[in-house]
Write a protein that binds this ligand. Structure first.
Ligand code: IMP
Ligand code: MG
Length: 180
């Protein structure tokens, strides 16, 4: 049995992802020239994207992680966000770049921005691979955005359904029978 059997449609191919991630890496390297930004990956979804992204960043940077969880289950968030794992370090005076897989309702990123802003970083920006802009419930400024996608539940390249499918190397939609 292969994960590929469950794929209905590939939305973003592996080569398209790699090309866009390289663009983002170049842009980040140029914008943060002379600084040592702290890239904060949001577990677990951003892990694959972040691993590729940092290898396209050519300036010194540091890495940390946070994990969040939305209360409630399924694919519909309740708007309440909880921190499961916080940063290992203080960020006062640091240039912080939050890296996430997807911004959907925006509840998660809105909460993260509020939380981290209160710790007085020198700057705070957002990098998101995917932007499901039609679903937005909270206004979130995305400084570095990979792709805008339609309102479909996608998996692959770090994004999961029920914890599975993160290792697919592209962004895709699964067959309807898989989601039930
Ligand atoms: P938000 O708080 O609604 O913006 O949701 C953000 C989080 O929900 C993301 O970091 C993902 O973990 C998850 N999520 C939202 N849409 C999708 C999707 O289409 N596929 C997989 N995970 C998603
Ligand atoms: Mg996530």
């Amino acid at each position: 049995m292969s994960l590929l059997d469950d794929v209905a449609e590939v939305l973003i191919r592996e080569d398209e992802l790699q090309a866009r991630v390289a663009d983002l890496g170049r842009q980040i390297s140029s914008d943060y020239e002379g600084k040592t930004p702290l890239l904060v990956g949001i577990l677990k979804g951003a892990s694959v994207f972040l691993a590729d992204l940092i290898r396209q960043v050519t300036i010194p940077c540091m890495l940390d992680f946070m994990a969040t969880s939305a209360y409630g289950s399924g694919t519909e968030g309740s708007g309440i966000v909880r921190i499961l794992k916080d940063l290992d370090q203080t960020i006062e005076g640091r240039h912080v770049l939050i890296v996430d897989d997807i911004i959907d309702t925006g509840f998660t990123m809105d909460y993260l921005l509020e939380t981290l802003k209160a710790r007085y970083p020198a700057s705070l920006r957002v990098c998101a691979l995917l932007d499901k802009v039609t679903r937005r419930r909270r206004r979130v400024g995305i400084d570095y955005r990979g792709f805008e996608i339609p309102d479909k539940f996608v998996v692959g390249y770090g994004l999961d359904y029920g914890g599975i499918y993160r290792n697919l190397p592209f962004i895709c939609v699964l067959k309807p029978e898989v989601y039930t």
